[in-house]
Write a protein of this length. Sequence first.
Length: 219
Amino acid sequence: MDRARAVYERLLDYYGPQHWWPAETAFEAIVGALLMQQTSWRNVEVAIRNLKRARLLEVRALAEAPVPAIRRHVQIAGLYQTKPARLRAFCRHLLDRSGGDLTRYFARPTDVVRADLLAQSGVGPETADSILLYAGGHPVFVVDAYTERIGGRIGLFRTGEYRAIQRYFEEQVHRDLMTYQEYHALLVRHAKTLCRRVKPACAECPVESLCDFGRRRKR
């Protein structure tokens, strides 16, 4: 079995299905991805609950809301000077592009939607691919700092370049929506639980036998 697939199988067996991204709708997943930058998911959850209570968790409602009103509800997610305006601008873009119809918006080819997302203020590759994968149902592999850390330690790749890492996983792991969602979520879980940046728990690691980093630590 290929090492990338073996890592996935072992993490899945160890942690079980993660059922990530925890959103009730595609639009909620988009808002979560836009708010996730430089903050924790816990803060994003609070911000989303605030928007729901204020009846603002809808494309047109956010597109028409004053920035100070949005800021009041999402400020816990940080970057309160930029995120509210970017969130509103993104919603206005959705209205302009597809009338706010997400099915229509995501019905275009993956590379077209990705380019469209990347053209929006504050949307980088990780955010764009998170939206594609979790909101749009496009099977693209999301790369984040956890993916880079774990893959680099195991020795799956020797690069920190986003697209190169993404290509590696998409070439090695069958292109399947649920698999890509689970794999990304499992890497996040593993990085937070055992493969920590500082003091990794290699002795408890389910992929330790595949890991170059673990072998180097034993020498």
